[in-house]
Design a protein around this ligand. Sequence first.
Ligand code: SF4
Length: 363
Amino acid sequence: MATAPALDPAASPSRQWLPRHVLITPSALGWDHGRAIAERVSRLGVDIVELPSDRVKLDLSDDPKRQYAQAKATLAVVVAPPSKRKLQPIAPSADWRVDLAEGCPAHCAYCYLAGSLKGPPITRVYANLPEILDEMPRHLGQGTITSRSATRAHEGTTYEASCYTDPLALEHLTGSLSALVEYFGGWEADAQLRFTSKFSAVDPLLRVAHNGRTRMRVSLNPKPYARFEGGTSPVAQRVAAMRRMAEAGYLVGLTIAPIIAAPGWEAAYAGLIDDVARALDGLAPDLTVELITHRFTEGSKAVLDSWYPGSALDMGPDGRAQKRTKFGSIKHVYDRDTMRALRGFFEREIARKLPFARILYWT
Ligand code: SF4
C-alpha cells in the first residue's frame, strides 16, 4: 500500500457548521429521519423550535445584511414536496439530480445558488428520506446526459446530489449523505452517485459500505482565492479529504470551480494542481476533473451584490461575453480569448501533473 505524503498541518479536520436557529415542521417530525436529525442537533446543544405549521417563517430584520446573516444561521427540517423529489436532468454533470437539502451555510462570493434559489438563504434539510430514495429505481437506465455519452456511459445511470446544496457541509447534522451512499452501495444496479463539496469532514463516509458506487469530488480554488469562499473548509483539508476517500476505495474527482481569471491566475492554479498531485502521490486513483469557469446572470449578480457588498470578486463587463441560457436569460461568461487561454492552460497542466486524470467537461 502507498504511504500517504506528509500533509499540510492545515489539513486537520475543520470546524463544522452549527446553526444558531433550528426549526422543524410538524410533518418533518412525523418521519424517523426528521426526528433523528432533531436528536443529532439537540445533542450538539442547539435548541429546536417546533413550528405550528409546515410553513417555514422567520422573523427577519428589515436590514438586508442582518436578514442574510439570520437566514444563513438557520436550519429548517422540512418535508420535500413531490415537486422537489421529482428528479431532473442535470447537464453536464449527471443524468439526474437528487436533492437531500436546499441551501448551504457557506458564504461564497460567487455562489451559484444565488441565481437558483429564491428568498432568504435558509438551509432546508429533508426529513422524508425514504420517499427521496423511492425515486431512484424508476430513473435507472433513463438518463439523457452521461448515459447517452460515448465516453461516460460506463458510469451507469448517474445521480448528482450537490446541485442545490453542499451535502457534506450538513452531514454531521443530518446523516442524509451517508444514508444515500449506503443506499447506492447496496443497490445492485448499473448506477452511480456523485457529489461535490467545499468541505472536508468525510469521517462518517469512510465507514459506509459504498461498494465503489459513489464518486466524491472536491470543489477547489487556489488558496489565494480563499477570501471568495467564506465558511468553507481550507483547501488543504479538502484535498486531504479526497485522498482519504480514495484510500477508502471511493471514486474521486476534482471540481475546479469556479475558475476565476483574476490577475495571477496561472500561478495560482498551477500551485493548486501541484498540491493535488502531491496529495495523491503514490495513489493514482480513478480521478475525474470537471472544469467550470466563473459566470453569472444579472439576477444572480444583484443577489450576490446585496449579500456581499464590496466583494473583491470581479463581476464587471471587462473581458466578458454574453451567452443565452436554455431558459432564455443572459449569462456573463469570460470572452473567447480568456476562455481559450484558460482551457489550454488547464488541459496542459492536468495532462502533465495528473496524467491518470480524466477531464469530464469544460464549461
Ligand atoms: Fe454556494 Fe457551494 Fe459556496 Fe455553499 S459551498 S456557498 S453551495 S458555492
